[in-house]
Ligand binder design. Structure first.
Ligand code: ARG
Length: 471
C-alpha cells in the first residue's frame, strides 16, 4: 500500500505483529458499503465514468458476498492482507483488475477506519436497542403478572419496608429506559460521515461529501477533518453506555442470585437456565446470573481501555487507535450474548410469592407505618419513632410482631394508641401509606405500570430510523 517510499522490506515479525486483519476482517461489510459510497463521490467528481462506477459496485458487492460466505476463514486464506482496507482492495483487484486501483483516489485509510467503526457502532447500538426492547417487555409483563404480590425491600441488605413485586421490577424498567435513551442519544450524535476528511486535512479532490454521507445513511458530513480522523468519542460513548447497562444487568443478576438461595427462597431458578453440580447432587446453580455478573466486568474493561487509549493522543490519527477496535467488538458481542439469553430467562422466572409475602410480613417492616400512625395522632415523628422503637423491642423480647401486641401493652409505650392502630399497620395499609408519585401504594404502582407500558408501546412504535442493515 505504501511500498514506493521504502527500500528495505519490513521485519517479518513486526509485519505480522502490527496487522489488524486478524480482527478487523469483521468490518468487511462496512468497508464495502463505505467504498461504494466513496466510489459514487469520485464518480461525481469525474474520476470514474458511470460504467466504471457500476463495475466497481458489482466488484465490491462480490467481495462482500465472498466474505459473507467464508466468514473468518478469509483471514487465513489471505495472509498477504494487512488490514480490512488492504483486503478489500486486493479482492477487488481480483474481481475487476486495475480499475480497482482507482478506488483509493481522494481517500485515506484514516477516514476509512473512522467510517467503518462508526458504521459498526451504529449497527451495534441498533442491535442492543432491539435486545433491550425485548428484555424491557419481559420485565413489564412480569410486573403485570405479579399483581399485588408483595416482598420486602432492603436497605443495607436488611429488610426495610414492604413493596409490591411490580414496584421492584419497575425499578429495573426505569434503568433500562435510561440505558435506551443514552444509546439513542449517542447514536444521534455519532451519525455523521468522516468520508472526505482525507488523511488529516481533508480530501485532496473537490468531493461533494454529502454524496457519501447520504449513501451511508449519515445525517451529514463531519465538520472538521482533524477531528473526524482521530475522533473515537462514538466508540467511547458506546462502550460507556454499554458498561452502564452492564452494571444494571449485573445488579439484577446479583439480586436474583441472592433471591434463589435457600436463605431467601424467593425464587425457583428455571431449570432450563441452571446447572447442576458434578460433585453435590442436591445443587442447582445460578450460572446464568453469575456469568452475567462476570461479563459486566468485561464491559467495564472495554470502556476503560477506550478511555485510556484516547486520553493522551495528540491530533490526529495515530496507530494506537487500531487498539480501540477489539474492545468495541468485544463489548458489542458481549452485550449481544447477554441479551440473547436474558429476555427468555426473565420470562421463565417463577417467584415464590408466598415466601416473599411472609418475609414482607415479618421483622417489623410496618414499623415506619406504625410511627406514621402516631404522627397522625399529633405525636412529633422523633417521639413516634422512639415509642414504636420501644414497642418493637418489647415485641422482639416476647417473640411477637407489632400486630400481635395488645392495645394495653401498646398503651404502655404511648397513650395515643387506639383500636384503629391495627388496621393502619396491615400489609395493605403499610403499602398504601406510601401514596406519592413513585411510591409503592397499590394504586400508584398500578398507574406506574400503565405508564411504563404506555411508554414502551409508544417508543417501540416510533422505533428509531434504522440504518440500512449492513450485516
Ligand atoms: N488498521 C488501521 C487502524 O485500524 C487502519 C488505518 C491505518 N492508517 C495508517 N495511517 N496507518 O487504525
Amino acid at each position: 500500500m505504501w511500498s514506493g517510499r521504502f527500500r528495505e522490506p519490513l521485519d517479518a515479525t513486526f509485519e505480522s505483529w502490527q496487522r489488524s486483519f486478524p480482527f478487523d476482517w469483521r468490518l468487511v461489510p462496512y468497508e464495502v458499503e463505505a467504498s461504494i459510497a466513496h466510489a459514487r463521490a469520485i464518480e461525481a467528481a469525474g474520476i470514474l465514468t458511470s460504467e466504471e462506477l457500476l463495475l466497481m459496485i458489482q466488484g465490491l458487492r462480490a467481495v462482500a458476498k465472498q466474505q459473507a460466505e467464508q466468514g473468518e476463514a478469509i483471514v487465513v486464506a489471505n495472509p498477504q492482507a494487512e488490514d480490512v482496507h488492504h483486503y478489500v482492495e486486493l479482492e477487488l483487484t481480483k474481481q475487476i483488475g486495475d480499475l480497482a486501483l482507482k478506488l483509493h483516489t481522494g481517500r485515506s485509510r484514516n477516514e476509512q477506519i473512522a467510517t467503518d467503526m462508526r458504521l459498526f457502532v451504529r449497527a451495534a447500538i441498533d442491535n442492543t436497542l432491539e435486545g433491550l426492547t425485548a428484555w424491557r417487555s419481559r420485565l413489564i409483563e412480569l410486573a403485570e403478572s405479579a399483581g399485588e404480590a408483595t416482598m420486602p425491600s432492603y436497605t443495607h441488605l436488611q429488610r426495610a419496608e414492604p413493596v409490591l413485586v411490580a414496584h421492584w421490577l419497575l425499578a429495573y424498567v426505569s434503568m433500562i429506559e435510561r440505558d435506551a435513551s443514552r444509546l439513542t442519544d449517542a447514536r444521534k450524535r455519532m451519525n455523521l460521515c468522516p468520508l472526505g476528511s482525507g488523511a488529516v486535512a481533508g480530501a485532496t479532490l473537490a468531493l461533494d461529501r454529502t454524496i457519501a454521507a447520504r449513501a451511508l445513511g449519515f445525517e451529514a458530513p463531519t465538520p472538521n477533518s482533524m477531528d473526524a480522523t482521530s475522533d473515537r468519542d462514538f466508540a467511547l460513548e458506546f462502550t460507556q453506555a454499554i458498561a452502564t447497562l452492564g452494571i444494571h444487568i449485573s445488579r439484577f443478576a446479583e439480586e436474583l442470585t441472592l433471591y434463589s438461595t435457600a436463605e431467601f427462597g424467593f425464587l425457583d431458578l428455571p431449570e432450563a437456565f441452571s446447572t447442576g453440580s458434578s460433585a453435590m447432587p442436591q445443587k442447582k446453580n445460578p450460572d446464568l446470573t453469575e456469568l452475567i455478573r462476570g461479563k459486566s466486568a468485561r464491559l467495564l474493561g472495554a470502556a476503560t481501555t477506550l478511555a485510556t487509549l484516547i486520553k493522551g493522543l495528540p491530533l490526529a490519527y495515530n496507530k494506537d487507535l487500531q487498539e480501540g477496535q477489539e474492545p468495541v467488538f468485544d463489548a458489542a458481542d458481549t452485550i449481544a450474548g447477554i441479551l440473547s439469553v436474558l429476555p427468555a430467562f426473565t420470562r421463565a422466572l417463577k417467584f415464590r410469592f408466598d415466601r416473599m409475602k411472609s418475609a414482607a410480613e415479618t421483622g417489623y417492616l410496618n414499623a415506619m407505618a406504625a410511627a406514621t400512625y402516631l404522627t397522625h395522632k399529633g405525636v412529633p415523628f422523633r417521639k413516634a419513632h422512639e415509642k414504636i422503637g420501644n414497642a418493637v423491642r418489647f415485641g422482639l423480647e416476647t417473640g411477637r410482631e407489632l400486630n400481635q401486641l395488645t392495645l394495653d401493652e401498646l398503651r404502655t409505650f404511648g397513650e395515643e394508641f387506639g383500636e384503629d392502630f391495627f388496621e393502619s399497620i396491615t400489609l395493605e395499609a403499610t403499602l398504601d401509606c406510601h401514596d406519592v408519585i413513585g411510591g409503592t401504594a397499590r394504586h400508584r404502582v398500578a398507574d406506574a405500570l400503565k405508564d411504563a407500558r404506555r411508554r414502551f408501546t409508544s417508543e417501540s412504535e416510533q422505533s428509531p430510523v434504522k440504518s440500512a442493515k449492513i450485516t
